[in-house]
Design a protein around this ligand. Structure first.
Ligand SMILES: *Cc1c(COP(=O)(O)O)cnc(C)c1O
Length: 380
């Protein structure tokens, strides 16, 4: 059989141009609408996006901010977390999770993860509670919800605030409820490569708590409600109208895109089985009652570095998220008070590898990734 032409093309980790090509008329019209309006910061598009995302997440309020990092930091501040407070979070996440805790003056307490979902291990969480613990910051890593029933139980018993880092998980559900609606506040990121990505930076806080919403609203505009009257010291963390207009177009497609991601994840599993390597690779798992949205499709292998090289040689994008635990980051040396062991996170950081996954991926591409991995495994 003739190899098809597309068999030669590189397969990127994500392909935002392919997505744009499919929704170009809608996006172009939305951008033009904003440019014509002459209003660029916190206008009607942002307000509409806030209403639409609150409805989507199942929360009463949503407040748009400039990034996911700001959503975390301003949520912590709005919930009264500050100097000396301990905030428990995962040892295995993007740096911003820890950075937000430190930037409000609080102390991150890093906790180990579950081997099946790579999210916070509730038993480790419980063991890390001290009299100074004020909050839990669960991260729904790769698009899979944390064990929120256990998180909520601990929060209730010990009177802790729960702030969800949903930067990778918009649309994921936990027992039928969307992430972001399960704690005091949910933090979204619209970084371009996230499941709902803008054409620049952006973020949002979703919450059912009127006071938290009001506080974040105040903090994002220099602590003022009316011009030149400042009630508190906040910051500049506003979303712009162009981002909001683009995001509103994309939000209409989000469920279909997340559905496509789930289909591709299933197809990867089937392709690995056909190639006889499904047992050799640790495949992503979905906890019963959870819906995964596969922001990243991450496999595990002890031959991670070898597989990574072979994929790159074949023009297939891949990524290690994350090679280093938060607790081991040079910037955080000494920032965390306790030296808990993180055996699972340590192993996962050595073995994890994310493969290309985006809605526009084709069956042919998935087969090529599987074949490349199968060859790499047999040539070891
Ligand atoms: C992307 C991300 C953030 C930060 O979001 P930005 O919009 O890039 O500031 C925070 N936490 C996690 C887990 C992320 O993946």
């Amino acid at each position: 059989m003739q190899p098809s032409l597309t068999a030669m093309l590189p397969i990127p980790l994500v392909d935002l141009r392919a997505q744009y090509q499919r929704i170009k008329p809608e996006i172009d019209a939305a951008i033009q609408r904003v440019v014509d309006s002459g209003q660029f910061i916190l206008g009607p598009e942002v307000e509409a996006l806030e209403r639409e995302l609150a409805a989507y997440c199942g929360t009463k309020y949503a407040v748009a901010v400039a990034s996911g990092t700001d959503a975390l930091e301003l949520s912590l501040r709005a919930c009264g977390i500050g100097p000396g407070d301990e905030v428990m979070t995962t040892a295995f996440s993007f740096f911003a999770t820890a950075e937000a805790i430190i930037s409000v003056g609080a102390i991150p307490i890093f906790v180990d993860i579950e081997p099946a979902t790579y999210t916070l291990d509730p038993a480790a969480l419980e063991a890390a509670i001290t009299p100074r613990t004020k909050a839990i910051l669960p991260v729904h890593l790769y698009g899979h919800p944390c064990a929120m029933t256990e998180v909520a139980r601990l929060a209730k018993t010990h009177r802790l605030t729960v702030i969800e880092d949903c930067a990778q998980a918009l649309g994921a559900t936990y027992q039928g409820r969307r992430v972001g609606s399960l704690g005091q506040a949910g933090c979204l990121s619209f970084y371009p490569s996230k499941n709902l990505g803008g054409y620049g930076d952006g973020g949002m806080v979703v919450t059912n708590d009127a006071t938290v919403a009001e506080q974040v609203r105040l903090l994002r505009t220099h602590g003022s409600r009316q011009p030149y009257h400042h009630l508190t010291v906040g910051t500049n963390s506003r979303l712009d109208e162009l981002q909001a207009a683009v995001l509103r177009v994309k939000l209409r497609h989000l469920d279909a895109w997340n559905e496509a991601r789930r289909r591709h994840a299933t197809s990867y599993g089937e392709a690995f089985r056909r190639a006889g390597i499904d047992q050799a690779l640790g495949l992503p798992q979905q906890r019963p009652g959870c819906q995964h949205v596969y922001a990243l499709y991450s496999i595990r292998s002890r031959q991670r570095e070898h597989l990574k090289q072979r994929l790159i040689m074949q023009g297939i994008g891949c990524q290690v998220a994350y090679p280093t635990l938060l607790s081991e980051q040079p910037a955080l040396a000494g920032a965390s008070r306790q030296a808990h062991p993180w055996p699972t996170a340590t192993t996962i950081a050595q073995e994890i590898l994310s493969l290309p996954l985006y809605p526009e991926l084709t069956a042919e591409m998935i087969d090529r990734v599987a074949d490349t991995l199968a060859q790499a495994i047999s040539t070891r």
